[in-house]
Design a protein around this ligand. Structure first.
Ligand code: SAH
Length: 371
């Protein structure tokens, strides 16, 4: 299927509500599409072509401040100064001695901190970004859920995680996964804005096929996403073979049954032609038995999918225990026997602050103990 990266941006632009581009007291220019930027630039009395230059500074050259934009007229840089550009501040960086994975802690304009990860693979560099500060989905095994949701991230704040990492390392980022802290479909409009700017022309122009959005399963939003005419990969966090077990691990399963979520995934595949990824975190004695594998196979049979098994990362606040290597391999073999595509996620950066969200969590805990 041909890639349609920008074909629906007109429809996208019309849907955008003005105030989503604004921070408390100034427009957030890094969250603006080129069309919006053109409107803004002409509104302050500059020529329209300046918008393209400005857009290129922000999204291609990854400029973090007005002073860097040397080919813009002084008048524009001066009026721009009243509108600070979103640029994340690196607070911490941990580098894995095992595989070169890097975890970053970034500070936002309002003082909140978020976590992003750079993983180096043979096929290129992949960045895992956060979509919210905290999360309100409450998955039992997840460190990001412990403090609840503080706020959603703006498109600029999602983009800048990738921009800063590329600037700091000097290495091109070719893949992006929205699998860090937060539920991306709970921040839908900003997520779409982020996708269009990241994958559109004039920015990093990352292929939509190299972008994965992971959701705990907000079924209605999956239907919405299927309409957006995108070529991104949808990953669904399944983690259980039936509703009873899923509800124990994921409160969202009380709102949408597995049937409803799986139907939404079928629909996503039909609309987009993109194979679904099911994520399945294996917890010892909870969801890793032969019967669980059998039941899971029967539930997802017929869906064009791929299952990614993740041995759960234990967090100290919960008593979940990771499945043994043997149980993980057994589970994989069992799924394969039923004709399901399955891989075991390679563990990256296991020597640097364990599970997702733990770097941020340990930073916050430390700050609180200092008060
Ligand atoms: N809210 C989205 C994306 C963020 S979590 C979602 O639920 O998909 C990214 C993935 O990591 C999800 O599959 C999530 O269930 C999983 N995850 C979270 N904490 C984990 C842990 N401690 N061990 C293993 N997987 C975990």
């Amino acid at each position: 299927m041909a890639e349609k990266q920008t074909s629906n941006s007109g429809q996208f632009n019309r849907r955008i509500v003005e105030d989503r581009r604004k921070t408390a007291d100034h427009p957030d220019i890094k969250s603006m599409t080129l069309e919006e930027l053109t409107e803004w630039v002409t509104g302050i009395g500059e020529k329209p072509f300046r918008a393209k230059q400005l857009y290129s500074w922000l999204h291609e050259h990854l400029a973090g401040a007005w002073e860097e934009m040397t080919n813009l007229p002084k008048s524009l840089r001066e009026s721009g100064k009243a509108h600070p550009i979103v640029c994340l501040e690196k607070v911490d960086e941990q580098i894995s001695a095992i595989d070169g994975t890097r975890k970053y802690l970034f500070r936002l304009e309002d003082g909140n901190v978020i976590e992003s990860v750079l993983m180096r693979y043979k096929h290129g560099n992949s960045v895992c970004i956060s979509s919210q500060v905290g999360c309100r989905m409450g998955c039992r095994f997840c460190a990001s859920a412990l403090g609840g949701l503080t706020r959603s991230l703006r498109a600029s704040e999602m983009l800048d995680q990738i921009y800063r990492i590329q600037s700091i390392t000097g290495e091109r980022v070719s893949n992006v996964v929205v699998m860090g802290t937060g539920e991306p479909l709970d921040n839908y409009d900003n997520l779409l804005r982020f996708i269009h700017i990241l994958t559109g022309e004039g920015g990093l122009h990352i292929s939509q096929r190299n972008l994965t959005v992971s959701t705990c399963g907000l079924a209605e939003r999956i239907y919405d996403l299927a309409k957006e005419n995108l070529q991104i990969t949808l990953a669904l966090s399944l983690h259980a073979p039936n509703d009873v077990k899923r509800r124990e691990l994921m409160p969202i399963a009380n709102r949408y049954s597995m049937d409803e979520v799986l139907e939404a995934c079928r629909h996503y595949f039909i609309e987009t032609g993109r194979r679904i990824t099911f994520e399945y975190s294996l917890v010892a004695g909870v969801n890793d038995s032969d019967e669980d594998a059998e039941e899971l196979s029967s539930r997802i049979k017929g869906i064009n999918c791929h299952v990614n098994l993740i041995p759960v990362n234990p967090i100290k606040e919960r008593s979940y225990v990771r499945s043994t290597r043997q149980a993980v391999v057994n589970f994989k073999n069992k799924l394969e026997k039923y004709g399901i595509n399955v891989t075991i996620r390679r563990e990256m950066g296991s020597d640097i602050d364990g599970a997702c969200g733990q770097l941020r969590k340990s930073y916050i805990d430390k700050k609180e103990s200092e008060i």
